[in-house]
Ligand binder design. Structure first.
Ligand code: 76R
Length: 276
């Protein structure tokens, strides 16, 4: 046997796959009750195996509307593992039961627009909140900021996703039109960073209500980012996406792919939800 392949692990972060399947209920109905039970046990065991793999998370969800029936979000460092898990998930209920209908490959990544300590001090504390540099209040706010950003930066590269019931996924890109006012990539970094300020302010309002993960996909898949939003109420998803449409970065520069809404469920309940 040949040696195991060299791992394909990004220097920083993990690979992420969003996987959507439809169920072939015709094929499923041809299985005996015993075979159906066995198939479900197979998938359950595989999900457990994947979840026990190092640095790996697998979210399982039922998909609302017939765009798909079952969805998985897989986060794992090595692309070999991701692909091996993905093929086995496709086959776990038996050949021809699950048909992939949509998928998206991306990687966790940091952001070049993350607020710096200096920006926060100058723009938010001094300009917006009228504080004086060096005061006790100012310093306390900076300590709070450092703590929050340490958490945020770590979350973007090595996230831990909660089991919140609603999961929304959509891919997006920033516009590259011939018109310079509508070409994100022809703006210089300062202009882009400035535009991102409004986005961050809107985003922070949803802290605690929306858990957002932006993963990068340039060169990996069709769009430039994958947007994953977890929430306890689908209204929060609708609200944040609506509100962000008014931010200049989204209003002027964002282009979106299809939207998928899922309900995170443990497998036994997921099987029931999708009539398996
Ligand atoms: O505080 C900071 O400095 C980090 C703030 C931050 C950055 C840099 C942030 C916060 N985002 C950043 C970058 Mn975001 N985000 C989206 C979408 O539908 C749409 O219109 C856009 C989809 C949502 C819903 C969202 C939510 N964000 C980005 C980027 C650029 C990629 C990069 O980083 O280089 C994109 C494409 C993008 C898209 N964003 C937040 C949110 C929310 C809820 C927050 C607040 C997070 C928090 O503070 O807890």
């Amino acid at each position: 046997m040949s040696e195991a392949p060299t791992p394909l692990v990004p220097a920083e972060g993990w690979h992420v796959m969003h996987l959507y399947y439809s169920i072939d209920y015709g094929q499923w109905s041809l299985l005996s009750e015993h075979e159906q039970r066995e198939a479900k046990t197979n998938l359950t065991m595989l999900v457990q195996e994947i979840r026990s793999h190092k640095d790996t998370q697998l979210l399982t969800y039922a998909v609302a509307t017939p765009k798909a029936d079952i969805g998985f979000m897989l986060l794992t460092p090595d692309l070999h593992d991701a692909t091996w898990f993905e093929k086995r998930l496709t086959l776990a209920l038996g050949v021809d039961i699950l048909t992939p209908t949509y998928s998206y490959l991306s990687q966790t990544e940091g952001s070049e627009y993350t607020t710096t300590r200096e920006q926060y001090g100058q723009e938010t504390l001094v300009k917006e909140e009228g504080m004086t540099v060096g005061t006790e209040e100012y310093e306390a706010k900076l300590v709070e900021f450092d703590e929050r950003m340490k958490h945020y930066t770590k979350h973007r590269i090595y996230p831990v996703l909660p089991d919140w019931p609603a999961i929304c996924f959509y891919p997006m890109s920033k516009r590259r039109s011939a018109h310079p006012d509508y070409n994100w990539y022809s703006l210089d970094h300062d202009q882009r960073a400035k535009l991102m300020q409004g986005h961050k302010t809107t985003g922070r309002k949803y802290s605690g209500k929306i858990l957002q993960l932006i993963t990068g996909s340039t060169g990996l898949d069709e769009h430039e980012w994958g947007v994953t939003l977890l929430a306890k109420d689908t209204m929060e998803i609708k609200n944040i996406v609506y509100e962000m449409r008014f931010d200049e970065v989204s209003a002027r520069y964002a282009e979106f792919g299809d939207f998928y809404i899922g309900m995170q469920l443990p497998l036994d309940l997921l099987f029931e939800r999708v009539c398996l």
